[in-house]
Design a protein around this ligand. Structure first.
Ligand SMILES: Nc1ncnc2c1ncn2[C@@H]1O[C@H](COP(=O)(O)OP(=O)(O)O)[C@@H](O)[C@H]1O
Ligand SMILES: [Mg+2]
Length: 367
């Protein structure tokens, strides 16, 4: 962040990890840090199905206002505002008025092709930030939901901004497949970003995540209770949160014992099944559910894509489409060629509870 503020080149960052490991928490924390350093920050969450310009325009409008803070608009800023107006028009995004004079920027960011227009727009905003001697932080969560075209446009924009040494820092977060998606969109993506992996906590850190807040309330866990919690949660932050919450509420006294953990565990699992897991399960077609259920047979352990098909009683080519749909929905990803993995930790065990029976797949015969 300091490098960008000082006008030096710096790589962007894509935080990669499964669901519930703390990517969003980290992204928000980084945004706070950037804000405290003087960055103007833009944060959006790529939604399934909605278009990126729709989300970016109001945020960048806000940024342009923030850059104008208590000073007459500079030339670059008026120009950025003009480019934003073009962009909004080209992508049919409705935008409120800007209350300072806007320099028209004919031909800038108005082709209607995102891969050309988004870089022009972000360059104009970054130039305005440079004029103000500050920097822009662009934070995008759930990057895997960007369309191929949108992801390519973001990468091209970052590339052109880096080449011009402009003060815009990109930080994204999403499911592990975005590393491959980025590389596919633009081969130079790997040089443009760092891809730190966010995973489960180390056992010691997981222990602290439980003991610190408890001791602040004058309570403690005995060692066996902690071990039971680390095993049940597999040290995934979100599960630590849920188990910790339920065990805390159910425990009659301190120190919290292993028996108390075991007594609370069925309630935690029921709660997760009915909420965290269920919302994902309910968005799936019966065939997608069957596919995930077959995957669960091989979980834990490498889930070979070919073997999933065998378990379903069919060939890999017959279920390639459903697998791809599950990837697009962010339910599974391909860790290695020929392998398929869940993006939600402990999802395999849930699938077995939810669908005790394994069903075969009989593709419809076309006549
Ligand atoms: N560093 C951490 N230590 C302990 N718990 C955490 C940590 N980061 C996240 N969590 C817990 O995990 C939950 C999920 O985090 P989140 O950032 O939403 O995950 P992701 O975006 O990777 O799906 C948080 O609401 C919080 O309860
Ligand atoms: Mg998240």
């Amino acid at each position: 962040m300091d490098r960008v503020l000082a006008g030096r080149p710096a790589k962007g960052t894509m935080l990669l990890g499964l669901r519930g490991v703390g990517k969003t928490v980290l992204l928000n924390r980084l945004r706070d840090l950037a804000g405290r350093q003087g960055y103007r920050t833009v944060r959006i969450e790529a939604p399934e199905g909605e278009a990126l310009p729709e989300l970016l325009v109001p945020e960048l409008r806000r940024t342009i206002y923030a850059l104008d803070l208590r000073r007459a608009a500079g030339g670059r800023l008026r120009r950025a505002a003009g480019v934003l107006v073009n962009f909004a028009r080209a992508f049919k995004v409705r935008m409120g008025d800007l209350e300072f004079s806007v320099d028209l920027a004919p031909g800038e960011a108005d082709t209607g092709r995102l891969e050309q227009d988004l870089p022009r727009l972000l360059i104009a905003v970054a130039e305005a930030a440079a004029e103000r001697e500050t920097a822009v932080g662009l934070f995008i969560d759930e990057v895997q939901y960007l369309s191929n075209e949108e992801l390519a446009a973001v990468i091209v924009a970052c590339h052109e901004i880096a080449q011009r040494n402009l003060p815009l820092l990109f930080i994204g977060a999403g499911l592990p497949q975005i590393a491959a998606l980025s590389g596919k969109a633009k081969s130079y993506a790997e040089r443009l970003f760092d891809f730190p992996q966010v995973g489960r906590l180390r056992r010691d850190d997981a222990r602290q995540a439980l003991t610190k807040p408890a001791s602040a309330e004058g309570a403690s866990f005995d060692d066996a209770a902690l071990e039971a919690l680390l095993d049940a949660t597999q040290c995934y932050p979100y599960f630590i949160q849920e188990w910790g919450f339920h065990v805390w509420n159910a425990a009659p006294a301190s120190p919290i014992t292993r028996d108390m953990v075991h007594a609370a565990t069925p309630h935690v699992i029921a709660h997760l099944d009915n909420n965290f897991f269920r919302v994902r399960f309910d968005q799936l077609t019966p065939l997608e559910q069957k596919y995930l259920r077959a995957m669960a047979e091989l979980d834990p352990g490498p889930i070979l894509t070919g073997r999933v098909a065998t378990i379903l009683g069919t060939r890999a080519s017959s279920v390639a489409t459903v697998r791809q749909r599950l990837i697009n929905k962010g339910m599974v990803w391909s860790q290695r060629h020929g392998e398929t993995a869940f993006t939600v930790p402990l999802f395999g065990a849930f699938m077995k509870r939810q669908m005790p029976e394994l069903l075969k797949h009989t593709p419809n015969r076309r006549t």
